[in-house]
Design a protein around this ligand. Structure first.
Ligand code: MRU
Length: 366
């Protein structure tokens, strides 16, 4: 998608210097920085510290990480031991987004037959490039399916469609298009007037910082709202539908997404506002039967709650919000039970959030 008129992906392999490059998201939109990930430790830290973030992008980054680990292993005294240790560290970088382990598993499967580290490097690099390309196609397909929903609403309403989204499930969380934002971009391209209510998304404010910036770059009208505003807007009839992303969806249709998603789903149910979750199949955990009971919820540093990052004049600052000796809890995700979700928008189509419908959409995982 566009940044000041130029098309970008969030991650790419620079063939000239044989390096992985990312857009560092930690100070967006105030600071634009391209970062090279030159070691697996650096790549793992980039995931942990959220220089790259969003479930699909975490998955693609991890896939490139396997290539880096193969490359480093080749020069170690005990290559297998080193390889195992780094793969474990990579898997543990962020626990909720299942895309990370999905991508690592996929890469391990394709490199297992490589007889040398050179061969494993070649196949893992090709594998990472292919996972990246597939995520782009997948997100675009999600956009096409989601467009149908927005189009039908517009045919009835004949006025701008009001969409509420939480966190950043946009192209910055993927490689291109985004998941929740793909239908929005498709609708705008189809000439359907849309307006997006952007939840600020405390504590890290991915909505106010990244989603707003993304939408602005694509000339999509939006308004940032404090996290607690959505329910009030729904009561006033100012939200036609909610679309959010997912970090892990269990086979029963329960969905983990950024903390606060559950409260939006509750408000949507109470106000008869359809609540859609847009997700690629790489986000479905086909080994998990019950999301409410089983999805691991990442807990991050209290610092993210107690302080806030921003810009003052030309300076990037982190300022303290709470008393000096304050304590905080920082759960990064919550689980929305399937009964609150209207439907899932996947690359294969729209389905009910139930085991039967998910598995009939993906019969190879039965
Ligand atoms: O903690 P983050 O910023 O990685 O959380 C991102 C989200 O919760 C997104 O909504 C989710 O990954 C879906 S991204 C298409």
């Amino acid at each position: 998608m566009q940044i000041e008129g130029t098309s970008y992906h969030t991650i790419w392999f620079d063939d000239n210097v044989k390096e992985i490059k990312i857009i560092d998201q930690r100070w967006l939109p105030h600071q634009w920085e391209i970062m090279a990930l030159t070691s697996s430790d650096e790549l793992i830290e980039a995931i942990r510290d959220m220089a790259v973030r969003g479930a699909p992008l975490i998955g693609v980054t991890a896939a490139f990480g396997v290539w880096l680990i193969c490359k480093e292993s080749a020069n170690k005294k005990s290559p297998n031991l080193y390889f195992e240790k780094q793969i474990l560290a990579l898997r543990a970088a962020r626990p909720t987004a299942v895309n990370l382990n999905w991508a690592v598993n996929h890469q391990l499967e394709i490199i297992q037959h490589g007889s040398s580290w050179e061969e494993k490097m070649t196949t893992s690099l090709a594998g990472a490039k292919s996972i990246k390309q597939k995520e782009i196609i997948t997100c675009e397909k999600i956009g096409d399916w989601g467009l149908e929903i927005i189009q039908k609403m517009y045919e009835k309403k004949q006025e701008p469609i009001q969409i509420l989204t939480h966190c950043n499930a946009g192209w910055m969380a993927c490689v291109d298009w985004g998941t929740a934002t793909a239908p929005i971009y498709k609708a705008a391209k189809a000439g359907i007037p849309v307006h997006v209510w952007v939840d600020e998304t405390r504590p890290r404010n991915q909505g106010a910082a990244i989603t707003a910036w993304e939408l602005g770059n694509e000339n999509i009208p939006y308004t940032i709202i404090a996290d607690n505003t959505g329910g009030y807007l729904m009561q006033k009839g100012e939200v036609d539908l909610c679309i959010v992303g997912s970090d892990r969806t269990a086979v029963n249709g329960d969905v983990a997404n950024k903390i606060g998603t559950y409260l939006k789903a509750l408000a949507a149910k109470d106000n008869h506002v359809p609540f859609y979750v847009a997700l690629p199949s790489s986000t479905i955990d086909f080994n998990m039967e019950n999301g409410m009971n089983e999805i691991p919820i990442e807990e991050r540093a209290a610092q993210e709650v107690l302080f806030i990052k921003g810009k003052h004049e030309d300076k990037l600052l982190e300022v303290q919000l709470a008393p000096d000796d304050a304590h905080a809890k920082n759960y990064a995700f919550d689980v929305t039970p399937a009964r609150l979700v209207t439907a899932l928008i996947t690359e294969r189509g729209i389905c009910k959030p139930s085991k039967e419908d998910i598995l009939s959409m993906y019969p190879e995982n039965r």
